[in-house]
Design a protein around this ligand. Sequence first.
Ligand SMILES: C[S@@+](CC[C@H](N)C(=O)[O-])C[C@H]1O[C@@H](n2cnc3c(N)ncnc32)[C@H](O)[C@@H]1O
Length: 248
Amino acid sequence: MSNQNIFDNQEFFEGYKKLRDNPWAANYIVEKPALFSLAPDLNNKVVLELGCGYGENCVQFLKLGAKKVTGLDISAKMLEVAMNENYSPDIQYINKSMTDLHELTEKFDVVFSSLAVHYIEDFDKLVRDIYNLLNEGGYFIFSQEHPLTTALLTQDYWTRNSDDEIIHYNLTTYTQEGVRTGTWIVDGVIKYHRTFSSIVNSLVSAGFVIEKMLEPVPSYDVMNQCPPYKRYIHKPDFLLIRVRKSNP
Ligand SMILES: C[S@@+](CC[C@H](N)C(=O)[O-])C[C@H]1O[C@@H](n2cnc3c(N)ncnc32)[C@H](O)[C@@H]1O
């Protein structure tokens, strides 16, 4: 179940590419700036990105001084774009599921993951595997769909007035963890919902120290330029956490 490879579905792949070709995509306006704000000094560091997709972040890690970057992704199609558009001799792209991280033998100073861990069913195992891959003092920094977003079993997210303006968010089934199958570009996209406390407890049980959490929101300027972003007044779309393997 936790190995669904939806990004290799041609219809999904093309639809997702269109979303990402939009410079106003939340990835660029909200998520990536928050992710990079959590990055430690990457100078001379060995970095792993889980669910690296097109490899955009991998190139950025090199620009920030990383010595070597490994980008891992389950989707051969996403990695093909990465090889074509974001190739570097200092980046190694691996076609593998992050459910198989225990097979990696190399150690890393920093592990990033950007909007990919909500595709994984067994978060406890994932986090333990990441802990084992990190050097002492290493960081795990990730973003995921916010638990308030993954909570819903339906996709009836908002209540709107007769002018189609959002009145409030329809939070339901927050405490029921588990699989969520929905329509995003295509039918049958599988994600996993975990509560906030569950996510935090998995990280702590693995031995990580939680350093910082973010629930980023676009500026009012951005909301005014792009009114759909006004929904963030009610609910953040992303949760980001930086944890560390032991205290410095
Ligand atoms: C929303 S995209 C984000 C891509 C990239 N991190 C970025 O922010 O530009 C999620 C990525 O996670 C990958 N992914 C999903 N499940 C995975 C798994 N089990 N193992 C490795 N990668 C996975 C997908 O193939 C996809 O490339």
